[in-house]
Ligand binder design. Structure first.
Ligand SMILES: Cc1cc2nc3c(=O)[nH]c(=O)nc-3n(C[C@H](O)[C@H](O)[C@H](O)COP(=O)(O)OP(=O)(O)OC[C@H]3O[C@@H](n4cnc5c(N)ncnc54)[C@H](O)[C@@H]3O)c2cc1C
Length: 469
C-alpha cells in the first residue's frame, strides 16, 4: 500500500491542508473566545474544550446549576480530536470486552455495552434538545471484508458477536454488504445499528454554545501549564477550584509528569469533493452507514450529506518524542495513500479531487483502555485514553465525571472503566522504535493478505501481542 488502480493518474494535491480540519473550515470564520485575563475562582475547573471537557461541563451544570464552572482551552473549542475526527458516533468499548470481563466479570461488561449503546441516543437527544445541528444520521456501521484473509476474520467477529450480543453485530453476505455500500472486492461484511455519522465540529461548537448558555465560562487561547490539587496554572493566571478535571487526551503528554501516560498517536484524514449523482448510483450508501474494512492498518469512512466521502486512518502514526502536527498539516505520503485507498474502494470516483487533508492526535493508554478517574479527597479527576473511539465515550465520561464530582453513586459510576489504571509507556527511543515496528508489521501483513495469503498473517498477530492491543 498504497495500491493505485493500474493506469490511474496520481491524484492532485488536496485543495487545503491542515487548518485544523475540513470540519472546522466548513464552519466558516468562528471568532475565538477571550483568554483568561486575571486569576479566577470556581467550584470546578476543567482543562480542555474538546468533547470530554464540554460534556463534563454540560452535565455538571445540569446536575447542579449553582456550580461555578470554568473551562480552559489552549487554542480554541474543538482544536483537538473533537474538531477533527471521522464523525463516527458509535458504541465501541475501547480496548474490547474480554480484558474488562476477565477483571470485572461478564455482567459488568454487558452493562457497559448497554450504556454505550444508549449513549449514542443520548448524544442525539441532547443535540435535538439544545438545537445542535450535528447533521446526524443513524445508519449503523458497516465493516467490509475485501480479501480471503479478511473474509475468514469475519468468523472471529461472529463468534465475538454471539458472546456479546448487546453490541448488536450481525453478519452480512457479500451481496447484502454491497447492497448497502458497493465497495470493490467485497467478500462479506458485518453491520451493527448503534452508530450515527455526524459533523464533528458542529457537535463541538454547538455543545460549547449550550454550555455557555448554562453559565459556564470558557476561556480560549489559555494554555494550562500545570495542574495541582485545587489549582490550574495557566500562562495568564491561575484558576483555583475545589475540583480540577483534566480533559486533555492526546495532548496530556505535554503536562508536567505525564509524558508517558498516554501515547499521542496520529490519525489522518482526507475528504473528497462532492461526487456526482451517477457515482452515488453506483456506490449506493443511501443509509449513511459509517464504513471500514478489515485491514490491520484500518481505515474509517463516512458519507456526508452533501455527497463527499471522508476517509481516514493511515499515515505517520507517531512522531519522535511525542511531537505533534502543526494545526493538522499532513504529509504527501499520507494523503496520497488515503487518496489511493478511496479510489480502490470506489473505482467509479475516478479522478475526483481531494478538498482537504488534515491530521489529529489521539490518546492511547498502555492497555488501550479508556478511563474515568476521580479522587474525592483531592478533587482531582480526568477522563480520556479513548484511542480512536471517543466520540460517544466522551459523553459517558462527562456524565460519569459529573456524577462523581457531585457525589452521586449511580450505575454509571460503577462501570468497569471508572478508576482503572495502567502502566506507563516505555521511554524513548523504545516507544518510537516499537510504534514504527508495529505499524510496519501491520502494513506488511495487509500487503501479504492482499497478495493472496488466505489466513490472518502471523506477523499481525505478533504485532497485536507486542502492542497490547
Ligand atoms: C483523525 C481522527 C479521527 C477520529 N475518528 C473518530 C471517530 O470517527 N469516532 C470516534 O469515536 N473517535 C474518533 N476519534 C477520536 C475522538 O475524536 C476522540 O476520542 C475525542 O474527540 C476525544 O475528545 P477529548 O475532548 O477527550 O479530546 P480532544 O478533542 O483532543 O480535546 C482536548 C482539548 O484539550 C486542549 N488542551 C490540551 N492540553 C491543554 C492544556 N495544557 N491547556 C489547555 N487546553 C489543553 C486541546 O487543545 C483540546 O482542545 C478520532 C480522532 C482523530 C484524531
Amino acid at each position: 500500500m498504497p495500491r493505485r488502480a493500474s493506469g490511474a493518474a496520481p491524484a492532485p494535491a488536496p485543495a487545503r491542508n491542515g487548518e485544523i480540519s475540513y470540519w472546522m473550515s466548513d464552519l466558516g470564520p468562528v471568532p475565538v473566545g477571550e483568554p483568561l485575563a486575571v486569576d479566577a475562582e470556581a467550584d470546578v475547573v476543567i482543562v480542555g474544550a474538546g468533547y470530554t471537557g464540554l460534556w463534563t461541563a454540560y452535565y455538571l451544570a445540569e446536575r447542579d446549576p449553582s456550580l461555578s464552572i470554568v473551562v480552559l482551552e489552549q487554542h480554541r473549542v474543538g482544536y483537538g480530536a473533537s474538531g477533527r475526527n471521522g464523525g463516527w458516533l458509535t458504541n465501541t468499548i475501547t480496548g474490547g470486552h474480554d480484558g474488562y470481563a476477565a477483571k470485572h466479570g461478564v455482567e459488568a461488561v454487558r452493562a457497559f455495552q448497554t450504556e454505550l449503546n444508549a449513549t449514542v441516543d443520548e448524544v442525539l437527544a441532547v443535540c435535538a434538545r439544545e438545537g445542535i445541528d450535528a447533521e446526524a444520521t443513524k445508519g449503523g456501521s458497516l465493516l467490509v471484508a475485501r480479501n480471503e484473509a479478511q473474509r475468514r476474520r469475519v468468523a472471529k467477529y461472529v463468534d465475538h458477536a454471539e458472546k456479546w450480543p448487546e453490541e448488536g453485530v450481525v453478519e452480512l453476505s457479500a451481496a447484502e454488504s454491497r447492497a448497502r455500500v458497493n465497495v470493490a472486492e467485497t467478500r462479506g461484511g458485518l453491520w451493527q445499528p448503534h452508530c450515527a455519522r455526524i459533523h464533528p465540529a458542529k457537535l463541538a461548537l454547538g455543545l460549547a454554545d449550550a454550555v455557555r448558555r448554562r453559565g459556564v465560562r470558557i476561556y480560549e487561547n489559555t494554555r494550562v501549564t500545570d495542574i495541582e490539587q485545587g489549582v490550574a496554572r495557566t500562562e495568564h493566571g491561575v484558576v483555583r477550584a475545589r475540583h480540577v478535571l483534566r480533559a486533555t487526551e492526546g495532548f496530556t503528554t505535554r503536562l508536567p509528569g505525564r509524558k508517558r501516560d498516554w501515547l499521542p498517536l496520529n490519525s489522518s484524514m482526507i475528504i473528497t469533493e462532492p461526487l456526482t449523482d451517477d457515482m452515488w448510483a453506483e456506490i449506493g450508501w443511501q443509509g449513511f452507514e459509517t464504513l471500514e474494512d478489515l485491514s490491520h492498518v484500518y481505515a474509517y469512512a463516512q458519507r456526508t450529506p452533501d455527497g463527499r466521502i471522508a476517509i481516514g486512518g493511515r499515515g505517520t502514526p507517531y512522531h519522535w518524542a511525542s511531537r505533534f502536527d502543526t494545526d493538522g498539516l499532513t504529509d504527501e505520503a499520507t494523503w496520497s495513500s488515503l487518496s489511493a485507498l478511496v479510489r480502490e474502494w470506489f473505482p467509479v470516483i475516478g479522478d475526483v479531487g481531494i478538498a482537504h487533508t488534515w491530521s489529529g492526535v489521539l490518546g492511547v493508554p498502555r492497555n488501550w483502555r479508556a478511563t474515568v478517574q476521580y479522587d474525592a479527597e483531592t478533587g482531582l479527576g480526568a477522563a480520556g485514553g479513548y484511542v480512536g473511539t471517543g466520540v460517544t465515550a466522551t459523553n459517558l465520561a462527562g456524565r460519569t465525571l459529573a456524577d462523581l464530582v457531585t457525589g452521586a453513586d449511580t450505575p454509571i459510576t460503577r462501570l468497569p472503566w471508572v478508576g482503572q489504571r495502567t502502566r506507563r509507556w516505555e521511554p524513548e527511543p523504545l516507544r518510537w522504535v516499537a510504534t514504527r515496528v508495529i505499524y510496519g508489521a501491520y502494513r506488511w501483513a495487509d500487503r501479504s493478505e492482499f497478495r493472496g495469503l488466505t489466513h490472518t498473517s502471523r506477523v499481525a498477530r505478533i504485532a497485536d501481542v507486542i502492542s497490547g492491543r
